[in-house]
Design a protein around this ligand. Structure first.
Ligand code: NMX
Ligand code: MLT
Length: 441
C-alpha cells in the first residue's frame, strides 16, 4: 500500500463508526423539509447528500476540507520555484483532509508517474471520432475507453466482492483517472488544434507543469494549470458533474462509467460549458463593436440585448452562491498581479462586465444571484496565454473536476453509501396536496 492509501484507510476506518451510529441511532432525525417549488425546481437546497470533501456556503463560497481558497493555497506545499501548490499535494489534502508534508507530496508525485501513461487503444478510440467532435466528447469517450482496465470492475466480477474492501479498487481507478486525465486532455488538444503534433510526458514534472509542457505552453502557464485544476476541483456534491458521478457510481458502476457520465453533465451550457459560452459572448460583442472601444453604455446594451432575447448571461448567477464566487476572485487576483494580463484588453472588458452585469441582472429581476461565477473569469486567462480555442475550456474544467469527483466516490465506497434512488410523485398528487395545504404525514 502507498503512504497515501494507508493514510486514507486509517481515515476511512476512523470515520465508519460515525456513519454507522448516525444511521442506526439517529436515522429518523429530520434535517429538512421539501416543498412543491423544490420538487419542480431542480431539488434546490434540499439537504440530501453527504460529503466531507468540500462545503459551499452561499455567502462565503467554497471551502475544501474546511479551508477557504486562500487558506488552501497558503497551507499546501508549493511546487518547486512556484508560489502555487502542486495538484498532487491538493489530491492528498482532498482525500485525507490533512495537509501533506513535502515527502508525502513527493510520494504522490511518484505514484502518479507510475499511473499516468494512457494506453494506446484509448488514443485509437479518440482518433476514430470525427475531428469536428467537441473536445468534451473526446474526453468522455477517452475515459470510457479506459474502462476495459477498471480494477473495480475486475474486483466486482471476480467473485470476491465485499463492501469493506471495495473502496480500495475505487481508489486504484480514481487515482489512475486523476493521473491520466491531463495527459488525455493534452492529447486531445494536440490532436484537435495542433495538427496532431503530440508531445511526450516529461517524467520530471508535476501534473500541472507536465500538462503545460504537453500542450506546448510557456513556463508561466504551469502555475495557471495548477491553479485552474485546483480551483475547479470540487463544489460540494450537488452540482451536476459531481452529483452525476456519485449517482452513477452508487449503482456500483466503476469510476470510468461514473466520471464519463459526470463529464457529459459538465458539458451542459448551464454548467461547465458556460466558460466557453462566456468567451463566445465576448467575441460576439466585440464583433458588433466593429472596432469601437467598449464602454459601460455599450456593455449595458449588449447585456440587455441578451436578456431581451430570452438568453442567460453566461458566467453570472448560481444555484447556491449568493455572492461573487471566490473562484472568480482568485482568478481575478491572479490577473491583477500578472504584469501584462492586468492591462490586457480582454481582462479589462471582463472587469467592465463585472462592474455592469450585477446591476443589469438585478434590474432584470429574475436571477437570485446577479454575481459572477467561476466561468466569467477563467477564459480570459487561457486566452491571454494563447489557449484561444475556447471550446477546449470545459475540458480544462473536466481535468480539475476529476479530483473532486474521484475523491468523493472513493469515500462513497469507503463509507458504503447506498444506491441513490429518490422517490418521484405525479402532478395529480402535487395538485391534491396543494389543495389540501400539504401532504398528510
Ligand atoms: N442570466 C439571465 N437569467 C438568469 C441568469 C443569468 N445569468 N441566471 C439565472 N437567470 C434566470 C433563470 O434562467 C431563471 O429564469 P426563469 O425563471 O425564466 O427560468 C431565473 O433567473 C431564476 O434562476 P435562479 O434561481 O437564479 O438560478 P438557477 O438556480 O435556476 O440556475 C444557473 C443557476 C447557474 C444555471 C443560472 O444562474 C444560469 O443559467 N447562469 C448562466 C450560466 C452559467 O454561468 N452557468 C455556470 C454555473 C457555474 N458552473 O460552472 O457550473
Ligand atoms: C460547479 O463548480 O459545479 C458550479 O459552480 C455549479 C454548482 O456548484 O452548482
Amino acid at each position: 500500500m502507498t503512504q497515501l492509501k494507508e493514510k486514507l484507510f486509517e481515515k476511512i476506518q476512523a470515520h465508519r463508526p460515525r456513519i454507522t451510529r448516525l444511521t442506526k441511532e439517529f436515522g429518523s432525525v429530520i434535517i429538512d423539509k421539501v416543498d412543491i417549488g423544490q420538487c419542480i425546481g431542480g431539488a434546490r437546497d434540499i439537504r440530501s447528500l453527504v460529503t466531507d470533501i468540500s462545503y459551499l456556503d452561499p455567502q462565503e463560497g467554497i471551502r475544501f476540507r474546511g479551508k477557504t481558497i486562500p487558506e488552501t493555497f497558503e497551507a499546501l506545499p508549493k511546487a518547486a520555484g512556484s508560489e502555487y501548490p502542486t495538484v498532487e499535494s491538493f489530491w492528498y489534502f482532498l482525500l485525507t483532509g490533512e495537509v501533506p508534508t513535502v515527502d508525502q507530496v513527493a510520494a504522490v508525485e511518484a505514484e502518479f508517474k507510475t499511473r499516468q501513461v494512457v494506453p494506446e487503444y484509448v488514443y485509437t478510440a479518440v482518433r476514430a471520432l470525427p475531428k469536428e467532435s467537441h473536445p468534451m466528447v473526446m474526453l468522455s469517450v477517452g475515459i470510457m475507453a479506459m474502462q476495459k482496465d477498471s480494477k473495480f470492475a475486475a474486483f466486482y466480477s471476480g467473485g470476491k466482492f465485499n463492501k469493506m474492501d471495495a473502496w480500495e479498487y475505487v481508489y486504484e481507478d480514481a487515482s489512475d483517472i486523476v493521473a491520466r486525465i491531463p495527459v488525455l486532455a493534452a492529447f486531445i488538444y494536440n490532436l484537435k488544434y495542433r495538427g496532431d503534433k503530440q508531445i511526450s510526458i516529461d517524467p520530471k514534472l508535476d501534473m500541472g507543469a507536465n500538462f503545460a509542457h504537453m500542450i506546448g505552453q510557456s513556463e508561466q502557464y504551469k502555475d495557471v494549470a495548477r491553479m485552474y485544476f485546483i480551483l475547479h476541483s470540487d463544489h460540494e456534491s450537488g452540482n451536476v458533474s459531481a452529483h452525476t458521478t456519485h449517482l452513477v457510481h452508487s449503482a456500483l458502476s466503476d469510476p470510468y462509467y461514473a466520471y464519463s457520465a459526470g463529464l457529459n453533465g459538465l458539458a451542459g451550457p448551464l454548467h461547465g460549458l458556460a466558460n466557453q459560452e462566456v468567451l463566445g459572448w465576448i467575441m460576439e460583442f466585440q464583433k458588433k463593436l466593429n472596432g469601437a472601444e467598449p464602454t459601460k453604455e455599450n456593455v449595458t446594451k449588449a447585456l440587455w440585448d441578451t436578456l431581451n432575447a430570452g438568453q442567460v448571461v453566461p458566467g453570472y448567477g448560481h444555484a447556491v452562491l449568493r455572492k461573487t464566487d471566490p473562484r472568480y476572485t482568485a482568478q481575478r487576483e491572479f490577473c491583477l498581479k500578472t504584469p501584462g494580463l492586468k492591462d490586457d484588453p480582454l481582462f479589462k472588458l471582463v472587469a467592465m462586465i463585472f462592474e455592469t452585469a450585477p446591476g443589469v441582472l438585478t434590474e432584470h429581476g429574475k436571477t437570485k444571484n446577479p454575481w459572477p461565477n467561476v466561468d466569467a473569469q477563467s477564459g480570459v486567462i487561457q486566452w491571454y496565454y494563447g489557449l484561444k480555442e475556447w471550446d477546449f475550456y470545459t475540458v480544462l474544467f473536466g481535468v480539475g473536476r476529476a479530483l473532486g469527483c474521484m475523491a468523493n466516490i472513493t469515500w462513497d465506497r469507503g463509507l458504503g453509501y447506498a444506491i441513490e434512488r429518490p422517490k418521484s410523485v405525479t402532478t395529480d398528487m402535487l395538485e391534491k396536496w396543494a389543495a389540501e395545504g400539504g401532504r398528510k404525514m
